[in-house]
Design a protein around this ligand. Structure first.
Ligand SMILES: [Zn+2]
Length: 340
């Protein structure tokens, strides 16, 4: 058996009983001797899903209850990343912005979990900077992530639910979840569950949407978006995809282009920096279309204040908790090393 296979078996666990897995059926399946469940490996990706999620996501069965909400979210993002699979060089700076205060040298030699990898763009850069990355996502986005990370370095893409990551406890030096938790039914519980997979002394990094405070224009815009979402989250993904183009044109016409002009006038720079959606000034138009699809199709969207995020970090008992800003909140902290 190659060392790569050994490393896989060393790291992954059964999502149901956390037992060790072994290969079966010409290495096309993983088998848990603890609870007798089998998990397929498809397109080189282990699909470590519990039976109800596996049937809904891989065999088109109808999920019920909380699974249904999760499956709808996973399929919505799967649709998005299959439509927008391409990598942009602008994402390297975006990755570094999301990882602050950690720099590129932080990743070397670390075992890292990307919880909710989407199209794999962050896993790509974490691996490029020298980490051994384990990237999980619940939906069909894993196929795009696999392609986008193939040339980056060591990235293992696994289809899995981040509520129950299929790994040995305390496996990772660093866990990040960028733009994912706020789309889950119980974001704080999911965050807390991720911490179990962090080694003592390991660090966690999350990015969450912010709730506008004392920013009347952004608050008004958000109210409008929330209203429109009531309709668009019920539409077929294809239709929301088509609507994303006019939404993105609107965003550029009302905010991005005015921002580009206003910021060149010294007297108006302060006004410019308060413009909503100014972040798209640094990206190709297609990235904005992609984000509109994201905003208008993701079934759940939770938003937080800085105090909310501070409370999460404190309640989880993290050391050196820090909340930074990057068009949303970036929460960072270290898991305590127990002395005893
Ligand atoms: Zn098991």
């Amino acid at each position: 058996m190659s060392s790569e296979r050994d490393k896989l078996l060393e790291t992954i666990r059964c999502p149901a009983c956390r037992g060790e897995l072994s290969f079966r059926n010409d290495e096309e399946e993983l088998f848990c001797t603890g609870c007798n469940l089998t998990f397929p490996i498809r397109d080189g990706i282990p699909r470590l899903l519990l039976p109800s999620l596996r049937d809904a996501l891989l065999a088109g069965a109808t999920a019920v209850g909380m699974d249904a909400q999760q499956v709808e979210t996973a399929l919505s993002f799967g649709f998005e990343w299959h439509r927008f699979p391409e990598m942009y060089r602008e994402w390297e700076q975006q990755f570094l912005d999301y990882m602050r205060p950690h720099g590129s040298d932080f990743f070397k030699g670390k075992k890292v979990l990307d919880a909710g990898c989407g199209n794999g763009r962050f896993a790509h850069y974490a691996a490029k900077y020298g980490a051994e990355v384990w990237a999980i996502d619940l939906g069909p986005a894993v196929e795009v992530a696999k392609r986008n990370t193939e040339s980056a370095g060591v990235v293992n893409v696994v289809q899995a639910d981040l509520h129950s990551p299929p790994f040995a406890l305390e496996s990772f030096d660093f866990i990040y979840s960028i733009g994912v938790l706020h789309h889950l039914p119980d974001p704080e519980a999911a965050f807390r569950s991720l911490l179990r997979f962090l080694k003592p002394g390991g660090e966690v990094q999350i990015y969450l949407y912010w709730k506008p405070e004392r920013q009347p224009i952004k608050a008004l815009l958000l109210t409008a978006v929330t209203g429109v979402r009531q309709l668009t989250t019920r539409l077929p993904h294809r239709m929301v995809h088509a609507l994303s183009y006019p939404f993105a044109v609107g965003a550029f016409a009302f905010f991005v282009w005015p921002y580009r002009i206003l910021r060149t006038v010294p007297a108006l720079r302060d006004v410019a920096e308060k413009m909503p959606m100014k972040q798209y000034a640094g990206f190709p138009f297609r990235v904005c279309v992609n984000d509109q699809l994201d905003r208008f199709s993701a079934p759940i969207e939770n938003r937080y204040t800085r105090a909310d995020v501070e409370k999460w970090l404190k309640a989880a008992g993290l050391e050196s908790p820090l909340v930074g800003e990057n068009f949303g909140w970036i929460g960072t902290g270290r898991k305590a090393v127990e002395i005893g």
